[in-house]
Design a protein around this ligand. Structure first.
Ligand code: ATP
Length: 352
């Protein structure tokens, strides 16, 4: 449904300064979001998320590459044809971008007015949309009279007015409290299911990815460095940045007192400290007793938790494996053989 090929964006100070050094916000990226999927792009501030999503509806014109939405190449279109094509691409923003002088009904009606739709057809379209987003009793209120969550609901209804095939969400919940964020994400999931709408969203919050995305891409310094189904990403991120996002989200870091004692290299009397992630059958395996029985190592659990990521269960643990060098080596091999993700955080002297 959305296909970016070789899309890059360099910002130059002025239109005529292409020979000057610009800011390379997006390096050439490829991205494919199939119909009906919710795809999240996550990254740190300044990574290029907004630039990427704004290239999809050409709010930013890419410096290179092709952008195709619903089978239509957008970069070749005339201004008028592009305006037509944009009716099929709704967008919502972090700060809602509502017109303060129009009440709720007229905010939602705006794109239809611009399309020249009759007043009667507008009523027939806007009324069920307000019901869909749960604001049918607020039609005559002004944005200033609404909460943040309600404003975003108006923005969602407005984005849906032209019956788009695709919805772009630019940090749509970043200005909302956690409870309201949950409600808006629930609404987006509902819309995705009911209308079969394809959604591309950008966020810096793992909670958003965990709650509603089917697939996620990680953006860093203008590059898409990792892409995975959400269950896989939360179980075994492929990059260090992915692991950092996951660990921050799960708040699973070794205690500070232990970090200070960690050494990179094993010593004659040190033990490895490991971070383990396990999903599927491994969650219900009596791991600790098996390591003791089969490998002869004792396991000191420093932190552990179990998370539900959509339909998967993810177990996480930080543990010290205590035994001689040969036994701990066997224990690490045992864990890897049983499909656990094992990261050795360092080594700690037993009697330090
Ligand atoms: N109009 C612009 N002119 C010049 N540089 C820009 C422009 N817009 C963005 N940039 C630069 O491009 C890079 C990527 O910015 P972008 O806004 O896409 O990142 P982001 O991941 O959305 O960040 P944030 O989460 O903070 O909004 C940054 O270095 C930014 O300073």
């Amino acid at each position: 449904m959305i296909r970016l090929q070789n899309v890059s964006k360099t910002y130059y100070p002025t239109r005529k300064s292409r020979n000057a050094t610009g800011v390379e916000a997006l390096k050439p990226v490829d991205l494919h979001v199939p119909e009906g999927q919710i795809h999240g792009v996550i990254g740190l501030s300044g990574a290029g998320k907004s630039t990427l999503i704004r290239c999809v509806n050409l709010l930013e014109r890419p410096t290179t590459g092709s952008v195709s939405v619903d089978g239509q190449e957008l970069t070749d279109l005339s201004r008028e044809a592009l305006n037509q094509a944009r009716h099929r691409i709704g967008m919502i923003f972090q700060h809602f971008n509502l017109l303060t002088s129009r009440h709720v009904f007229d905010n939602v009606a705006l794109p239809l007015e611009l399309m020249g739709v009759s007043r009667r057809d507008i009523r027939d379209r806007v009324t069920p949309l307000l019901e869909l987003v749960g604001l049918d009793d607020k039609a005559d209120q002004y944005p200033a009279q609404l909460s943040g969550g309600q404003k975003q609901r108006v923005a969602i209804a407005r984005a849906l007015a032209s019956r788009p095939r695709v919805l772009l969400c630019d940090e749509a919940t970043s200005a909302l409290d956690p409870h309201t964020t949950g409600a808006i994400l629930e609404l987006l999931r509902d819309i995705n299911r009911k209308l079969g709408l394809t959604i591309l969203l950008i966020t810096h919050e793992m909670e958003v990815v965990k709650s509603i995305c089917h697939r996620v891409s990680l953006i860093s310094d203008g590059e898409l460095v990792e892409a995975a189904d959400v269950g896989d990403f939360f179980t075994a991120p492929a990059t260090q940045l992915g692991r950092d996002f996951l660990n921050d989200f799960l708040e699973l870091e070794p205690p500070d007192a232990l970090v200070e004692r960690l050494e990179d290299q094993p010593g004659a009397h040190s033990h490895p400290v490991v971070r383990l992630a396990f999903s599927g059958d491994a969650v219900s395996t009596p791991l600790v007793s098996r390591l003791a029985r089969e490998c002869g190592v004792d396991v000191s659990i420093l932190q552990a938790k179990v998370e539900s990521i959509q339909d998967r269960t993810l177990g996480l643990m930080i543990a010290e494996l205590m035994g001689d060098a040969e036994d701990t080596r066997r224990a690490l091999a045992y864990l890897q053989d049983h499909d656990l993700q094992v990261e050795v955080l360092g080594h700690v002297q037993r009697n330090a």
